[in-house]
Ligand binder design. Sequence first.
Ligand SMILES: Cc1ncc(COP(=O)(O)O)c(C=O)c1O
Length: 392
Amino acid sequence: MLPAHPNTERGDVVINLDHQATTPCHPSVIEAMEPWWREQWGNPSSRQHRLGLTAAAAIGSARERLAGSLGIRSEELIFTSGATEANNLALLGHARARALADGGPGHLISVASEHHAVLDPLMRLKEEGFQITLLTPQQDGLIQVEQLEQAIQPNTQLVSVMVANNEIGVIQPIRELSTICSSRGITMHSDAAQAYGHLELQAEELGCALISLSAHKFNGPKGIGALVVRRGTKLQPLQWGGGQEQGLRAGTLPVPLIMGMAAAAEVSLHDLEDRQARLRALRDQLWQGLKRRNPAIRLNGALQPRLAHNLNITVPNVPGSRLHRALRPQLACSSGSACSRGEPSHVLRSIGRTRIEAEGSLRLSLGRDTTTTDIDAAIEAISAAITSLTEK
Ligand SMILES: Cc1ncc(COP(=O)(O)O)c(C=O)c1O
C-alpha cells in the first residue's frame, strides 16, 4: 500500500531539498493535462476525425509555445520521453550521421562531469569506433575555453557540454565553447535538462545545434522532454515506426504530457527572475548558516556562476552512509545524481574530491515552494547530524 502522505516518515514532515532529482507537477500543469486524459484522448496522428485533429492542433500549439520560448522554429523541436532519450538521439543520432557523411567515425569531446545520460551513449559510440576525449573540469567544476581548444583534432565531429551541472549546479560557458566549435565546423550539443526553466535560454545565444530538455525538472510531468535540432543538423533516428516527429522519433505522441510540458514551461518562465532571486537568497542563507555552524564543511563547485537553487557540500570526517541515514527522517537530499547507481559521485571525483569525501557530500536543491522555515530546519537537521556523528 502507498504511504498516506509521501512526505512523512514516522509522522515527521520531511523537508524536500532534492528538487534536482525531480519536481512535483505544478497545479496549473495538472489542470492543463486533465482534459487530454479524460475527454480529448485522440491520437494526433489520426487525421480522419475530430478527436485526432483536436489532439494534433493542441500538439502544434504546445510545440509552438515551447519553440517560441527558446527562439526557434516549431519544426526544430522533437518531442522525446525526456532528456535521457534526447541525449541519446543527439549523440548517437548525430555521430552516426556524421560518420556516414564523413566516411567513418571521428572524434567526440565531452566532459567527465556530465550526466550518465551523456557519458553512457558516448561509451556506446566508443565501441562503434569513435574516439572520445573527456575533459576534466577545473576544481571549481568549470571548463575553460582553452581546454576545449587544445582537445580539438582535425576529425572532431561533435562536442557535448551541459549548460548546468545536476550535482554541483555550475553553469558552463556554453556560448564561448560553441563559438569555437562553429568556427571549426564542429557540431555542439548541450544537455540543458537542469537549466531550462531555471535560466533564460535562447538557442541562438547558446549557439548549439542540439539541446536536450526534460519537463520534470521544471514542475512538469515525468516521461516527456524534447531535443532541439537546429535546421540543417544531420541526425539519424534511433527508432523506426509511424514516422512521427519528421521520422526522427517514431511513436504516438503523449498528448497530456506534452500539454503539461508546455504549461510547465509557461509557469517556470513567467516568474523566473523573481523565483531565482528568492531561491538564491534562500540558498545563500543555507550555505552561510551551515558554514557558521560547521566551519569544516566545504563547498563543491564555484558559487558563481551557479544555479540559484543548488548547493553541494562535503562534510569532512563523517561517514557518508551514516550522515545520509541520520538525515533521512527529516530531510530528503542526495549524495549525487539520482541516476548514479549507488557509486560515489563521478562529478565530485572529477573536481578532485576523494571517494570518501564524495560519499560524505550532500546535494541540496531547492524548489519553488521552499521556504525560509525549511532552510532553518535543514540547517538545524544537518548541523545536529554532523555534531552527533563527529562526537562518536
Ligand atoms: C543533466 C541531466 N541530464 C539528463 C537527465 C535525465 O533526464 P530524464 O529524467 O528526463 O531522462 C537528468 C536527470 O536527472 C539530468 O540531471
